[in-house]
Write a protein that binds this ligand. Structure first.
Ligand code: AMP
Length: 397
């Protein structure tokens, strides 16, 4: 494996897998959120500033075979050119003759964007011959698409084998990996993880892994009610996974045996329906009346969580504390976000990783006040679970 900082790009064509799967306006096809394009700029600029040229490949959406114009990467050209300050040439295809003609003539300082790799089904099936064709566009391969690193696709994984001595991570993947290691591998203490979101079932692997690492584990969101019920509490109509009551009990026991301080919310904002207009009442979390459901944590829980978070040195947050999409049930999630910001101001390292907590921190405008916000939803979740991501393994091998 090579390091992007040490590699000599002079006169080389860098084939870069980026994640430009960005949201587009349904009518004008303009890019409505360019976060993912911005995230790839440092890697692209590094190659250009060091005498190389760049061939970009990405997927966009989930097109059917043959491709649909609405999923064409031509919609991304304008914004990418603006962000790079360089005209981006569109190849119109990713493996056709015309595309090879363009990338074979590319000159140092130039940037070409291939068409959506998912216009060929061989991309998602990870077909080797297709990956080999893609590999012809570059002399060196850089994977900077963390968001798809958990997929063993042609452009994210298989293509790497055609660059045995010239493959590396881009800056984005490097920083994602670095931030997870910083939280989970460093010796600083205390380490607090806040795991919220809808279901125990989707977070069980991450919780089990975290129990070996953390000092405090705060459980929030919909999954808290399964824990409360497992302990004999009354949860009314709250979200509960009855199949996971035993698992919840086992987690409680494991936390005890490992000396992990497991925090389960003590109060809740209960609603009489799943709606922003619902009637509400604050109750103890184990005394939710029949017909009511907990949609957010209450003030005592917010205070307890803030205390734990603000005395932590390392913080990992995955999953909201309540139904933060509804304005009346976002207070608990805001309280956690603000406590993380205060801890970060005091010197803690905070990683917001995976799914809806990233959406939440962006929604509250606090993303630049924490240490690191991951771009890789499902990939980050799998990485935190300790799984080997094929896109990462392909570079390391
Ligand atoms: P996840 O993708 O597993 O992180 O789950 C995020 C979702 O969990 C969000 O859409 C939240 O609205 C939802 N959620 C959080 N708290 C609750 C709750 N108390 N009841 C139902 N859903 C919740």
């Amino acid at each position: 494996m090579q390091k992007i900082d040490k590699y000599d790009f002079n006169g080389k064509r860098a084939l870069i897998r980026v994640d430009f799967n960005v949201p587009l306006d349904k009518e004008t096809f303009e890019v409505t959120d360019d976060t993912r394009i911005r995230a790839a700029v440092p890697t692209i600029k590094h190659v250009l500033n060091n005498g190389g040229s760049v061939v970009l490949m990405s997927h966009l959406g989930r097109p059917t075979e043959g491709g649909e114009p609405r999923f064409s990467l031509k919609h991304i050209i304008k914004r990418t050119s603006e962000l790079l300050g360089v005209e981006v040439i569109f190849a119109g295809d990713c493996v056709g003759e015309g595309a090879f003609e363009i990338t074979s003539k590319i000159k140092p300082g130039q940037v070409v964007m291939l068409e959506n790799v998912r216009f060929y089904k061989q991309e998602t099936t990870g077909t080797e011959s297709f990956a080999e064709m893609l590999s012809r566009h570059g002399d060196v391969y850089i994977n900077d698409a963390f968001g798809t690193a958990h997929r063993a696709h042609a452009s994210t994984t298989v293509v790497a084998k055609f660059f045995p001595n010239d493959k590396m991570f881009g800056y984005l993947i490097e920083s994602e990996i670095k931030s997870v290691s910083k939280v989970l591998e460093s010796d600083e203490k205390p380490l607090t993880a806040i795991v919220g979101g809808a279901k125990v079932s989707s977070k069980i692997t991450i919780i089990e892994r975290l129990l070996d690492k953390v000092d405090h584990l705060i459980v929030g969101g919909g999954m808290a009610y399964t824990f409360v019920k497992a302990m004999g509490g009354k949860v009314g109509n709250s979200l509960v996974e009855d199949d996971f009551l035993t698992v919840a009990k086992e987690i409680i026991a494991k936390a005890k045996s490992k000396g992990v301080d497991l925090y389960i919310p003590v109060d809740t904002l209960a609603a009489d329906s799943f709606s922003n207009e619902a009637a509400t009442q604050l109750v103890r979390i184990d005394e939710i009346p029949d017909g009511w459901m907990g949609l957010d944590v209450g003030p005592d829980t917010m205070e307890d969580c803030a205390k734990i978070i603000e005395t932590s040195k390392l913080i990992l947050w995955n999953g909201p504390m309540g139904v933060f999409e509804l304005e009346n049930f976002q207070k608990g999630t805001i309280a956690v976000a603000e406590a993380i910001v205060r801890a970060t101001e005091k010197g803690a390292f905070s990683l917001i990783g995976g799914g809806d907590s990233v959406a939440a921190i962006n929604k509250f405008g606090l993303a630049d006040k924490v240490s690191y916000v991951s771009t890789g939803g499902g990939a980050m979740l799998e990485y935190l679970e300790g799984k080997e991501l094929p896109g990462i393994k392909a570079i390391l091998d």
